[in-house]
Design a protein around this ligand. Structure first.
Ligand SMILES: NC(=O)c1ccc[n+]([C@@H]2O[C@H](COP(=O)([O-])OP(=O)(O)OC[C@H]3O[C@@H](n4cnc5c(N)ncnc54)[C@H](O)[C@@H]3O)[C@@H](O)[C@H]2O)c1
Ligand SMILES: [Zn+2]
Ligand SMILES: [Zn+2]
Length: 367
């Protein structure tokens, strides 16, 4: 079928919105008519570093929409279901079997090679292949082909524009708190970077009753939002961050999350931890840097990498929808809505810090 897609040809080129031909769903595929898609910082990074050899590509991995058709082997979703799209996993490897699908043996093949795992393209433009299958969705488009492992049915009570970022950014921040760090009410959590992921961590920590939640971010409006969402203190990184955290926590923090992907900030986070504290690394594409091993060793500290909040989307996303329904995860406060056509503006606003979580919406009359 013919769909509209935002095509990225190179790092510098703006998106081109064009008509492409999308395959009919294969037996294991789910055709989703997208209503909204969030912009995650990973989309910005991927647009900048995606290899030209597998371009042009349709990115986008926080889609939400309505199921339009399903392949013959699909049993868990039906046309008409409202769905949030997340990352794909194989369901059979040791990590998937153990309930940790973000560390799936086939994660890259299923989410990041620009085509189906068998190498076939899902999209063509004037007969030439367009790369896609990004996170098993490529949802910067009016329609996406997804899979049972990355389609999560949500009730019609949640606005799909609010639900879209649950598929990656919110799941990552909230899951890192709820699934991985699990701080108790007397814990202290420092969140470095109050963007979509960091603020989701703040909201989840606040919903969990964590007593001390400190958000660090250079953007004043983001610090203000962190405080509104439950941070007990915020710090501008132009201050002496470690001294300020010590002043607020005494011995240092029991838990920290890095969403900045900056070596200097990661070392700050390690230094700000109390002995036996844990740092979760969430920011991606961290440049090489010298890790403060001495502080890790002498303090018995743990550094833990986290992908997608170590979450099983089908378990965590409904929990997040429920928390949202109770007013304890007010994702809408992070969101600014853009027409799909304004994707370049949305990217620029995410990069500048003006918008925490851009959500692109589709004009149903134009597709
Ligand atoms: N691990 C995963 O599975 C996963 C999933 C989603 C996103 N990510 C990654 O997480 C990171 C955050 O994503 P996001 O969408 O929240 O991005 P974002 O750009 O909205 O947030 C990053 C924040 O860091 C702040 N920052 C910059 N320098 C800082 C400093 N010195 N100290 C404190 N804060 C500083 C920025 O102002 C910004 O608010 C990105 O690297 C993204 O690619 C990882
Ligand atoms: Zn697997
Ligand atoms: Zn993401």
């Amino acid at each position: 079928m013919r769909i509209q897609a935002a095509i990225s040809a190179s790092a510098q080129a703006p998106f081109e919105i064009a008509e492409v031909e999308l395959d009919d769903p294969r037996g294991d595929e789910v055709l989703v008519e997208l209503r909204a898609v969030g912009v995650c910082h990973s989309d910005l990074t991927m647009k900048a570093v995606w290899p030209e050899a597998i371009s042009p590509i349709v990115l986008g991995h926080e889609g939400a929409g309505v199921v339009a058709a399903v392949g013959a082997d699909v049993t868990s979703v039906r046309p008409g279901d409202h769905v949030v799209l997340s990352y794909r996993s194989c369901g059979a490897c040791p990590q998937c079997a153990a309930g940790h699908p973000p560390y799936c043996r086939d994660f890259r093949t299923l989410n990041g090679i620009g085509s189906r795992p068998d190498g076939s393209p899902t999209m063509r433009r004037n007969g030439s292949r367009v790369y896609g299958s990004y996170f098993g969705q490529s949802s910067f488009a009016s329609h996406a082909l997804a899979y049972e492992s990355n389609v999560v049915v949500v009730g019609e009570e949640i606005d799909l524009g609010v639900a879209a970022p649950l598929g990656c950014g919110v799941q990552t921040g909230a899951g890192t708190v709820l699934n991985v760090l699990a701080p108790s009410p007397d814990a202290s959590l420092i969140v470095f970077g109050a963007g979509g992921v960091g603020l989701s961590a703040v909201m989840a920590a606040s919903a969990s009753g964590v007593g001390t939640i400190i958000a660090v971010d250079p953007v004043t409006s983001r610090r203000r939002l962190a405080a509104e969402l439950g941070a007990s203190a915020t710090i501008d990184p132009s201050a002496d961050v470690v001294a300020e955290i010590r002043r607020l926590t005494g011995a240092g923090a029991s838990h920290a999350i890095d969403t900045t992907a900056k070596g200097a900030v990661i070392n700050q986070a390690i230094e700000a931890l109390a002995p036996l504290g844990t740092l979760a690394l969430v920011g991606i594409h961290v440049p090489e840097f010298a890790l403060d091993v001495q502080s890790v060793m002498s303090g018995g500290k743990t550094i833990r990498g986290v992908i997608e909040g170590d979450a099983v989307p089908r378990d965590l996303i409904p929990r997040l929808v429920a928390l949202h329904g109770e007013g304890r995860l007010p994702v809408e406060k992070l969101i600014r809505r853009y027409d799909f056509e304004d994707i370049d503006v949305a990217f620029a606003d995410a990069a500048s810090g003006k918008t925490v979580k851009p959500v692109l919406e589709f004009d149903l009359n134009s597709v």
